[in-house]
Design a protein around this ligand. Structure first.
Ligand code: 8YV
Length: 326
């Protein structure tokens, strides 16, 4: 599988151009840049035949129709901790290793979750608009109905980022419980195997669970109803985890109080109806999007490929494609 140092290695760089990726490879590698899935149709058969590694540099579908084009594919190095855009089952069946970029973004995404939660509760965006419009000179901004002080948070997902958010909430003295399929090892917060039961017991959900088929529309109308009229939902996971039309209806009818969303079902398209609502803050998927953190994620995309093609184990393979014998 590995090559002598003289042999060139052809890589597909699939997604947006990144300086860290552009500059991160030695001359031993030949990079072929293609931004979108549609662009891949311009790959020549000669290049397609030679591709041994893919860097997925953004949320691009690396499904079966993409992966199966490349007969010599050994590794897919994907940007981001979530990899629901990569067909890991196909990769596993075909002996292709998949890597992601965990850990380097954990604290950044947790910071964003905390910021978004407080911004929703204390109405920062609305208050900023109020000041800019000149209204403060006539009247103080109204007291916010929401506050972190009288809340109990139910985390949906308690992986690395969930635990980093829980640490922040602990420091802020906010009670935290969580729902996940299985209790998270080493976590002392109360675990709820049943999401509706947890939603009934809390007033705030922070959603940070993997996307994909297993969590599709997990947060549905019943969960929102159980959360109740004080309910706040913060989502930094994937848009698909929430039933978006049900959320819009719940925000409109007062079934829940408010929401903060960093992710959407069909990014970058956000339903117009959501944009008209005042009780939701909408962010363009910026959970990890600081220069320092994105550079670290890009570097890990590069380092996984470099490790693999120098005969070492990749640094962060996903659980579905473990690496043996390296
Ligand atoms: C990225 C993410 O924004 O890591 C993830 O799973 O969602 C983000 O950090 C995403 O990969 C978009 O390119």
């Amino acid at each position: 599988m590995t090559t002598g140092s003289a042999e060139k290695i052809d890589l597909l760089i699939y997604g947006p151009r990144k300086p860290v990726v552009d500059n991160g490879f030695s001359e031993r590698f030949i990079r072929h840049n293609f931004e979108t899935k549609g662009d891949l149709d311009r790959l020549t058969p000669a290049v397609t035949e030679k591709i041994r590694g893919i860097a997925v540099t953004g949320l691009r579908p690396a499904d079966k129709t993409v992966l199966s084009r490349f007969p010599k594919l050994e590794i897919v190095s994907s940007f981001g901790v979530g990899y629901d855009h990569v067909d890991s089952a196909y990769a596993r069946e075909h002996g292709v290793i998949v890597t992601n970029t965990p850990d380097v973004l954990t604290e950044e995404v947790a910071d964003t979750a905390m910021g978004l939660l407080i911004a929703v509760l204390r109405e920062f965006i609305k208050a900023d608009r109020y000041l800019r419009s000149g209204l403060w000179t006539t009247q103080d901004y109204p007291l916010s109905v929401g506050s972190l002080r009288d809340r109990k948070v139910g985390m949906v997902g308690m992986g690395r980022i969930g635990q980093a958010i829980a640490r922040r909430l602990d420091a802020a003295r906010v009670p935290v419980v969580y729902h996940s399929r299985n209790p998270a090892p080493g976590v002392s917060h109360q675990h709820y195997p049943n999401l509706i039961e947890m939603a009934t017991a809390v007033d705030t959900l922070v959603v940070i669970t993997p996307g994909g088929a297993a969590t599709l529309n997990l947060i549905n109308a019943d969960v929102m109803k159980a959360l109740g009229p004080r309910g706040v939902i913060i989502n930094l996971a994937r848009g698909t985890v929430i039933d978006e039309p049900a959320l819009i209806a719940a925000l409109k009818s007062g079934t829940i109080l408010a929401a903060g969303l960093d992710v959407f079902a069909k990014e970058p398209h956000v339903p117009d109806e959501l944009k008209t609502l005042q009780n939701v803050i909408l962010l363009p998927h910026i959970g990890s999007a600081s220069l320092v953190t994105r550079n670290a994620m890009d570097q890990l995309v590069v380092d996984n490929l470099k490790a693999w093609f120098s005969g070492k184990a990749p640094l962060t393979p996903i659980a579905e494609t473990p690496v043996k014998d390296r």
